[in-house]
Design a protein around this ligand. Structure first.
Ligand SMILES: C[S@@+](CC[C@H](N)C(=O)[O-])C[C@H]1O[C@@H](n2cnc3c(N)ncnc32)[C@H](O)[C@@H]1O
Length: 280
């Protein structure tokens, strides 16, 4: 009945969402739901189903988002990290693991919950990670997630620094010294249709970026040019239809090398990577 209500409301994965809400509420995994006795059933379940029926994101109802090996706190004021971004983060982790640099310097532009920065810090312990976020409300969530990871594993965040401000103008002290710039910037063209879970709950500063959606991507390109050392790498996420356009933002004609389009788990264009060339 709960799944039917969610389906009727237009939720994409009604059965999974109903089960995940029940599992979270009863403190069990989805596969253990059959172990919850009828007498232990928590009636708050129906309140949570009503919230999801009103298209509040599942992650706001549970207060949690899973990202690579992390469990992140999320809620009003911060962008819910997406599985697509896990693929780009995995690419960055692999590149950093193979990099012949003792302590690679990483910049995460627009960190939101801290998903990318924390995952890199956790998975590449020798990296020094700099995370930038302009939105003070989002930064409260970044700080909360950094503190939670620090409490569980202090060594993970020992080399992570959160910077408040606009990524267009911050981190100038690292100009020419960064090994990898990574960003999931806002990239939705203003006026596009988005589902209610996105439009009504993700912060506007995390979503919209000019008429073609590429305003922030262009800023990331100019910041990466400034920050990267010769031979440094950039990875930037974009919308499924923006692969060719973002490729040209990082075109060889404008100085970049080895520009590549990459797909997400669904096979859609999702991020572009490029190398800032070494002289000669
Ligand atoms: C799409 S969200 C991505 C958040 C997180 N990196 C992730 O992948 O889940 C974009 C983030 O960039 C931040 N942002 C947008 N423009 C910015 C700017 N010019 N300077 C700093 N942060 C910015 C937004 O506030 C938002 O938190």
């Amino acid at each position: 009945m709960a799944a039917a209500r969610l389906a009727q409301a237009g939720v994409d994965s009604p059965r999974a969402d109903a089960e995940l809400i029940a599992a979270h509420l009863h403190g069990v995994s989805r596969g253990q739901l059959h172990l919850v006795a009828d007498t232990d059933f928590n009636p708050r379940f129906w309140d949570d189903i009503a919230r999801r029926e009103a298209r509040e994101p599942l992650q706001h109802i549970t207060g949690l988002a899973y990202f690579r090996y992390l469990e992140l706190a999320v809620g009003p004021g911060v962008f819910v990290p997406r599985p697509e971004t896990e693929v780009m983060t995995g690419w960055a982790v692999d590149q950093l693991a193979a990099m012949d640099v003792a302590e690679p310097v990483v910049a995460d532009l627009g960190t939101g919950s801290g998903a990318i920065a924390l995952a890199v810090a956790q998975e590449v312990p020798r990296a020094r990670v700099h995370a930038v976020e302009a939105d003070p409300l989002a930064r409260q969530w970044t700080e909360r997630n950094i503190a939670a990871v620090a409490a569980a594993a202090p060594h993970t965040v020992g080399r992570l620094t959160l910077h408040a401000g606009d990524f267009a103008t911050t981190l100038t002290e690292l100009d020419g010294a960064v090994d990898l710039v990574i960003s999931n910037p806002p990239y939705i063209p203003v006026g596009s249709w988005v589902p209610p879970e996105v439009g009504e709950y993700d912060p506007a500063t995390a979503l919209w970026s000019g008429a073609d959606g590429l305003g922030a991507v262009r800023v990331v390109e100019s910041v990466a040019r400034r920050l990267l050392r010769p031979g440094g790498l950039v990875a930037v996420e974009h919308g499924a239809q923006q692969g060719p356009a973002v490729y040209w933002v990082f075109a060889e004609e404008s100085g970049w090398r080895q520009t590549r389009n990459h797909t997400d788990l669904a096979g859609r264009d999702r991020f572009v990577t490029a190398v800032w060339p070494a002289p000669g």
